[in-house]
Write a protein that binds this ligand. Structure first.
Ligand SMILES: CC(C)(COP(=O)(O)OP(=O)(O)OC[C@H]1O[C@@H](n2cnc3c(N)ncnc32)[C@H](O)[C@@H]1OP(=O)(O)O)[C@@H](O)C(=O)NCCC(=O)NCCS
Length: 235
């Protein structure tokens, strides 16, 4: 599911692949990580630890030394030198996606259970034109919760945006376009584009963040969106 929204040079790991208990993931936290999350409730500590276990497995698969992933400003994960990544956790699914920093500039992954947003939330998290598109798409293809999909695309956008700008990006600050490629009764996949509507200046020395591109999928009761931003020379 996660892999289907990511290209081959991004390593994606889900917690259920690891054959690790929640307790073992907690015990494996790096001391600095354990200190950061120590005051949280158990559920939060477990998701924090499980996602980091996935990230360390991804580092191993990438052949880079595993190190702590601390929470930086506004919750941004701070990656060891040489990698970029993104974490997500929701009921029953914890995952990490990582790539070499010389190939990928930023990543954003978001997964949610595939169900409708609570009444009224769509209008709060979308531009009027996005909400109109969702309502029309709902009429055409009722098997996909387009509102939830849009929400994951927004959150994936924020996760890719923030590490490069260190600035807030509100739900009205990017215009998402969702294009389905395959839709059947069991699943759906497609591509997405996030057009940034605010100051696109990045602080990593790279070009302005005018647009992000990515993929989405609905499968196995989840909906996932992923953004992959490459360096300008496309390495
Ligand atoms: C930060 C946010 C996107 C997280 O999404 P979520 O669905 O609540 O939670 P997920 O489990 O999928 O992701 C949590 C992970 O996001 C990552 N994250 C949190 N803040 C982040 C930030 N500022 N930048 C990048 N990644 C961040 C962290 O790795 C976090 O896991 P951790 O705390 O265990 O390290 C969300 O809470 C939020 O603040 N959204 C508002 C901003 C937004 O979406 N704007 C829309 C722009 S179009």
């Amino acid at each position: 599911m996660i892999r289907s929204v990511l290209p081959d040079d991004v390593v994606a790991v889900t917690f259920d692949e690891l054959d690790l208990s929640d307790e073992a993931a907690l015990a494996a936290l790096h001391p600095v990580e354990a200190e950061q999350i120590g005051g949280a409730v158990v559920k939060r500590r477990v998701e924090f630890a499980a996602a980091r276990a996935c990230a360390r497995e991804a580092m191993t698969r990438l052949g880079v030394p595993t190190g702590p992933i601390i929470r930086g400003g506004r919750g941004m994960p701070v990656w060891p030198a040489g990698v970029v990544g993104t974490l997500t956790h929701t009921d029953g699914l914890r995952a990490a996606a990582l790539a070499p920093a010389d190939r990928v500039r930023s990543l954003g992954l978001d997964v949610e259970p595939h169900g409708p947003l609570t009444e009224g939330v769509l209008d709060a998290v979308s531009l009027p034109e996005e909400a109109a598109w969702v309502r029309a798409a709902r009429g055409e293809v009722g098997t996909v919760h387009w509102d939830r999909l849009l929400f994951t695309a927004k959150e994936a956008t924020y996760k890719a945006w923030f590490p490069l700008t260190r600035r807030w990006l509100g739900f009205a600050d990017a215009h998402i376009t969702l294009t389905p490629t395959v839709v059947d009764d069991e699943s759906a996949t497609g591509v997405l584009r996030s057009r940034i509507l605010v100051d696109p200046h990045a602080v990593d020395g790279g070009p302005d963040l005018v647009e992000f591109h990515g993929r989405w999928a609905v499968r196995d009761g989840y909906v996932a969106s992923a953004i992959v931003l490459r360096h300008v020379d496309g390495r």
